[in-house]
Design a protein around this ligand. Sequence first.
Ligand code: GLU
Length: 318
Amino acid sequence: MRASSHTIARSTGALLGDRLPASGWRTRFAPAPTGYLHLGHLVNAIHVWGIARAFGGSVLLRVEDHDRTRCKPEYENALLEDLEWLGFAPDEGSVAEFRTGVTRHRQSDNGDAYERALAGLERAGRVYPCTCSRRDVLRVVGDVPAGEEPCYPGTCRLAQRDPDATRARRVQLDAESVRFDDLLLGAQEQRPAAQCGDVLVRDRFGHWTYQFGVVVDDFDQQVDVVIRGEDLLNSTGRQVLLGRLLGRDKPPQYLHHPLLRTAEGRKLSKADADTSLRELRLGGATAAALIGEAAAQCGLIAQARPIDAAHVATLFAS
Ligand code: GLU
């Protein structure tokens, strides 16, 4: 495996320190329990905890189990266990609090918040029922390369479907460009209306989508800084726009970090069982060895060496 081309230099630390709030800010670690955590999640955890610890932030744990067809309690338990084993302790919604339900940020518990957010957008005239399947969309816009998303052409906005025809809802986006300054990648400009079109917020089965859940949660849970892999960079513009429609005028700051890739250049996924943290643990790896290995593979250090979770801040502080 190798990191993608632009790795984070050690000097990033000084730059980050200048651009993050001085203290008292909040970020989150937000895995989806659709499989076991793998080295890619570990790279994300290193960035989330390392940057928060180095620059006065706190970490909230959110389990993103919006996809009711793919999430399993077994994976949720496993990710809590893996975090404890690694030594990454959230400051809010700690693993213990999560288990007992005292403070638990879990998307399947947040249905009321999503309903309220949707109702607000409906009152603002932004929402319409959508009966289009992916195949319907592709029929209109033509095939898109594997892994790319088609831009929704607005079929159902124009057709004005009966709300009882489906539970699926889309939110209409204005044709504006969104600019944001990624803490690592620099100035970005995206045009969500041209890139993805109106955003699906609830599907025909009544499931909330990732794009909607994450925006509502980042707003409600007062997340100031979003630290995640660069595979989600394309989602950021639409999330800023959705947040604005929900009343969030000042979006979070964003940092998108490089992903680990397989030797063939594919991003790691939960299907790569050989890189699941529990397999590696069962094979005898220590937590510190894995953290050091992940830090090296994503370019934070030149050569792997054991790093304790308590010391990941040193990877970012100058
Ligand atoms: N739940 C997403 C994932 O596991 C992360 C979403 C985000 O950080 O915005 O990939």
